[in-house]
Design a protein around this ligand. Structure first.
Ligand SMILES: Nc1ncnc2c1ncn2[C@@H]1O[C@H](COP(=O)(O)OP(=O)(O)OP(=O)(O)O)[C@@H](O)[C@H]1O
Ligand SMILES: [Mg+2]
Length: 257
């Protein structure tokens, strides 16, 4: 089976895309062949793996090359986990012509036979890099923070996803919306926003939510997944539960005619 491509995206910054990408990739790699693509010039996902913001010889920029002879050589993180780290010139992709998004699609699809799942950590703005990921992906997962800005951001994102689905990628499916950094005892505003999200997006809301904890930034500082840094923490268990929920959602969606 060719790899599933999962884009973790939200044009809103700081909501937990990189944290979700890194942790889901780690947990999946316990039993599947996983490639994590750091599709963000900030390089946060790369830093979470190798404590550097750029990966020396294996980088996402090669996915934007129109030369099929340019080798794509992911860095081996562990037996079943590969990384395409960011590159200092990744931001300059925005200055090329729009065809780069189709180069990215062709290159990332050519990697599908080598993995079971490819997770793409996206940057927080609309533009070629995000569009490249969305025209290539099978699924999109959207982490959010439960604040009043989440609703506007989601509306914009849903519009873009719909446009991409209609024009370039009919197979793109919304896998779910993931509330992140939720307070242990939900605040009144979080409860109100949750109600509104359920009303607007119902079945797209995931059952799993990730609560706030200092252990998450600590895990990043140590270049570890939460399951390695604090295996018994609530967030480690929530990320395991989330990964199971995503896999079972994908299985249900695939089974649908
Ligand atoms: N559950 C959590 N509890 C506490 N802090 C968290 C949690 N999830 C993420 N964070 C922290 O929030 C910050 C933003 O997270 P992250 O980098 O994953 O977001 P992002 O959406 O990828 O950001 P960007 O849009 O800049 O790429 C980081 O400092 C991270 O450590
Ligand atoms: Mg990020």
């Amino acid at each position: 089976m060719p790899a599933i491509i999962l884009a973790i995206a939200n044009q809103k910054g700081g909501v937990g895309k990189t944290t979700a990408s890194v942790n889901i990739a780690h947990i999946l790699s316990e039993s599947q062949r996983v490639l994590l693509v750091d599709n963000d010039p900030q390089g946060n996902a790369t830093k979470c793996f190798i404590q550097e913001r750029v990966a020396p010889d294996s980088d996402t920029l090669t996915l934007y090359s129109d030369n099929p002879d340019d080798p794509v050589a992911p860095m081996v993180i562990s037996d079943r986990l590969g990384l395409l780290g960011t590159h200092i010139h990744l931001a300059a992709v925005a200055e090329r012509t729009f065809e780069v998004i189709f180069d990215f699609r062709a290159r990332i699809h050519s990697l599908r036979d080598h993995y079971d799942i490819i997770v793409v950590d996206c940057l927080p703005n609309f533009g070629y890099l995000l569009n490249a990921a969305l025209i290539s992906a099978d699924y999109i997962l959207v982490p959010i923070e439960m604040d009043i800005f989440a609703l506007d951001g989601l509306r914009d994102l849903m519009g873009s996803v719909e446009r991409i689905r209609n024009r370039h990628n009919q197979g793109l499916k919304m896998l779910g919306i993931l509330p992140n950094k939720v307070h242990g005892a939900k605040t009144r505003i979080e409860k109100q926003i949750e109600e509104e999200l359920m009303r607007l997006y119902g079945r797209l809301m995931l059952g799993t939510q990730i609560t706030q904890s200092i252990k998450i930034p600590e895990s990043h500082a140590n270049a570890l997944a939460i399951t390695q840094h604090a295996p018994d923490s609530q967030q480690s268990q929530q990320y395991r539960q989330l990964t199971d929920e995503l896999l079972s959602r994908m299985a249900t969606m695939e089974a649908r005619p």
